[in-house]
Design a protein around this ligand. Structure first.
Ligand code: 5CA
Length: 447
């Protein structure tokens, strides 16, 4: 993409309404624009990151054997009356009446809708196990939407629902989700710690929240510092292997890590004092096993191998896709702007032309642009007629992890400059070597 033809409305000043760094940088980098309280338009740069996160979530869900689909945002109130949650959910639910005076709502979550789909089409234990998921906008009329996309009213969520014959099978689905979430967050460059949590309006006794540690997080968390040493890494997991998934759950949940809702001071005090941590975290996901809470009242049953009709065991599993962008920025930035992890960066590399209009510099930039593009990478070429200082400031703000700087002086010596956004370190290289290095960083072999 050439910056002169892109839409990147960068702000020079700090917006007064933004209290935390991720909100500030998302506004300043032209990623989002508030449409009304807690509701945002996703401008091209923000939309690009959102899509990248969605792709990672999809890939990891499909890898775990879960099936993508799409359910609507608007739902009929009748389904929620069946489960008993229509009245329970309270003022967070946005209720709408259509022209025929039918009660509708903008879905805050989808347990009822998916249970209805299931009961309409599945009747035998032979069709289980089944896990369906979608990535769709949700609406929760939060009393205090704040911190930009972190606590929005409209937000993008991946929500998945498992249907199993027995509690044991459903707990395997729970473990499978935990494993797939660990992989998902690590691919995004994040450490998200599973913590014992509270079921809230979704329900159930088995539930873990995934928290990214950050001072600006809304949850207070208590944990054993040893837990932060755990890494999922690139281990190979067979998602059908019950013992393997269980072992990962055990490894990542056996140390003390709880949110304030379930915190137990006496248990916490059993951890050696130097390992006790009280901190804040951003909740980027939650998994639940709630048994037959929805299947029983809504009649989602299957016939088991003895010919008996039994309610299915269910769980639901959410990832806060739009919130994750805020969490990534909270975890990865400096005083100049965002620093995107390579896995989620909106463009792989920036190209800064120090002297736009100089024949040689222009030609070198074009050649680098074409080579990177031919490799399947997406560079962002700052081809505007601007001072170098302004170009650097914009690049630093939008946070692309790598920058190639091209100027007449370097070109005389046959080199360009390759700079890491994270470390600030630069090296001078011939253009082909800079390209080869970027290709290697993104795991591409050059042909
Ligand atoms: N049905 C279940 C799981 S599918 C569910 O709704 N879980 S949840 O309530 O925990 O939401 C899932 C994730 O959505 C949360 O972990 C959080 O990351 C994100 N989320 C929840 N509320 C908001 C909000 N107001 N703004 C942004 N993200 C949110």
């Amino acid at each position: 993409m050439r910056l002169s033809r892109y839409f990147l409305p960068v702000l020079k000043e700090n917006p007064a309404e933004a209290q935390i760094v991720s909100h500030r940088y998302m506004l300043r980098a032209g990623m989002i624009k508030q449409a009304s309280a807690g509701i945002y338009s996703w401008l091209p740069l923000g939309f690009k990151v959102l899509r990248k996160l969605e792709n990672i979530v999809h890939e990891e869900q499909v890898r775990a054997g879960h099936i993508p689909m799409l359910m609507p945002t608007l739902q009929s109130a009748d389904l929620w009356r069946e489960s008993g949650r229509y009245d329970d959910y309270g003022e967070e639910m946005l209720r709408i009446t259509d022209r025929h005076k039918r009660d509708m709502l903008y879905g805050p979550t989808n347990e009822e809708l998916i249970t209805d789909i299931f009961r309409s089409h599945v009747g035998s234990y032979k069709d289980l196990p089944l896990t369906l998921y979608h990535i769709q906008w949700k609406f929760r009329d939060e009393i205090r939407p704040r911190f930009g996309v972190m606590r929005g009213r409209e937000f993008l969520m991946k929500d998945g629902y498992n249907f199993d014959l027995t509690k044991e099978d459903a707990l395997h689905a729970y473990n499978r989700h935990l494993v797939s979430y660990l992989r998902t967050y690590e691919r995004m460059g994040l450490q998200a710690i599973p913590m014992r949590a509270d079921g809230g309006p979704i329900g159930g006794d088995y539930t873990h929240e995934f928290l990214v540690l950050a001072e600006t997080g809304e949850s207070e968390v208590f944990y054993d510092s040893e837990i932060t040493d755990l890494k999922f890494g690139d281990r190979q997991i067979d998602y059908n292997n019950v013992e393997q998934c269980q072992a990962v759950l055990k490894e990542f949940t056996s140390r003390y890590a709880r949110t304030d809702e379930t915190h137990d001071e006496a248990l916490f005090n059993q951890i050696p004092e130097d390992r006790r941590r009280v901190a804040r975290g951003i909740e980027v996901g939650q998994i639940f096993y709630f048994g037959t809470k929805y299947s029983e009242p809504m009649g989602a049953t299957v016939v088991n191998d003895k010919g008996e009709r039994v309610p299915v065991h269910m769980g639901s599993h959410g990832i806060g896709v739009s919130r994750l962008i805020g969490a990534i920025i909270e975890a990865s930035h400096d005083d100049k702007g965002i620093i995107w992890p390579e896995g989620v960066t909106p463009f792989h590399c920036g190209i800064v032309n120090l002297k736009q209009g100089d024949e040689e510099a222009d030609a070198a930039c074009e050649a680098i642009y074409d080579s990177l593009t031919a490799l399947g990478l997406e560079p962002l070429y700052d081809d505007r007629n601007e001072r170098a200082g302004g170009k650097f400031a914009s690049m630093d703000l939008i946070g692309l992890p790598w920058r190639i700087t091209v100027g007449p002086r370097g070109l005389k010596n046959g080199v360009v400059e390759l700079t890491s956004r994270r470390t600030g370190e630069s090296e001078e290289l011939p253009p082909e070597q800079a390209i080869a290095k970027i290709a290697a960083i993104y795991g591409l072999a050059q042909g």
